[in-house]
Design a protein around this ligand. Sequence first.
Ligand code: SAM
Ligand code: SF4
Length: 335
Amino acid sequence: MSQPLIDPFHRPISYLRVSVTDRCDFRCVYCMSENMSFLPKKELLTLEELDRMCSTFVKLGVEKLRITGGEPLVRRDIMTFFQRMSRHLDSGALKELTLTTNGSQLAKYAQALFDAGVRRVNVSLDTLDETKFADITRWGRLKQVKEGIDAAQKAGLRVKINAVALKGFNEDELLTITEWCAERDMDLTWIEVMPMGDIGNEDRLDQYWKLDDLRDRLRETYTVTDLPDSTGGPARYVRLEETGQRIGFITPLTHNFCESCNRVRLTCTGELFMCLGQEDNADLRGALRNHPDTEEPLEEAIRSAILLKPKGHDFDYSRQIVDGKMSRHMSHTGG
Ligand code: SAM
Ligand code: SF4
């Protein structure tokens, strides 16, 4: 049995997030600029290479894989990859295979995802108003995403909605979104907008809606009970007693939960980022491509990379300027 992956701050690494493409069929204003340039296809790891990469992480103790992007479901033949990963679920080595998606392709793929062993999916949705949805995603259509969510639930997938909290944009929808999720038995997580990548003319501070404020507003309508942390992730959860719903808060700006971080992120080109909010990374593609017949160099490269995991990120808006900004986009590292 291989030694588990432990970082320099004694945190076990059991969770890998994999961005399988930097491309997307939406252009959300907080994530991308309208005219994004994407990586040439030859830079991307092939699906076979992604399989080798992920399988090696699973061998080294990763128990949870989250597939993300860009939009993971626009990558050609991506279902083949999910199907191949299901062997690690069958063997018991992998406890969870899941994805984060904008939902646009879910109607097409929900059943195949379920059949590959996916049981939960996070769908990103920031508004229930069609016009606002078209504005925030630039290219998206709300109806298509709602149909995707319906298909996912019908296929037996548990859906969690992720909404980015955006000042002056979805503040007025706090209760409507909460109720809509409650009616459909979906949990909901709010995310503070993070300073990732150049997004054109949009201003991060103008977009930033502090989640402490959002939580106070929920308390005006609901009985809110804090729940103990169980995920080892950056989200903190409450339960709304009236609906029984779990509401999560990802607050990298107002609270930093890096001490319990258990995750690393693989990009679609094979770079491993040890923290969403730092530049430390390692190129694993070389170790993979230069040694097609043995996984040992890749295992060594992964172990060395984990030793570079920093203590935490430096995102900070508290001085009314954007501190800790990352030059790369969320779609590159995988949100
Ligand atoms: N396309 C998929 C989706 O939208 O769910 C997966 C990739 S997307 C980069 C993953 C998550 O990152 C989404 O929930 C999105 O809202 C979030 N995100 C993107 N840019 C962000 C930013 N600057 N700050 C906070 N969250 C962001
Ligand atoms: Fe695409 Fe997701 Fe980024 Fe929106 S948040 S542009 S859907 S990658």
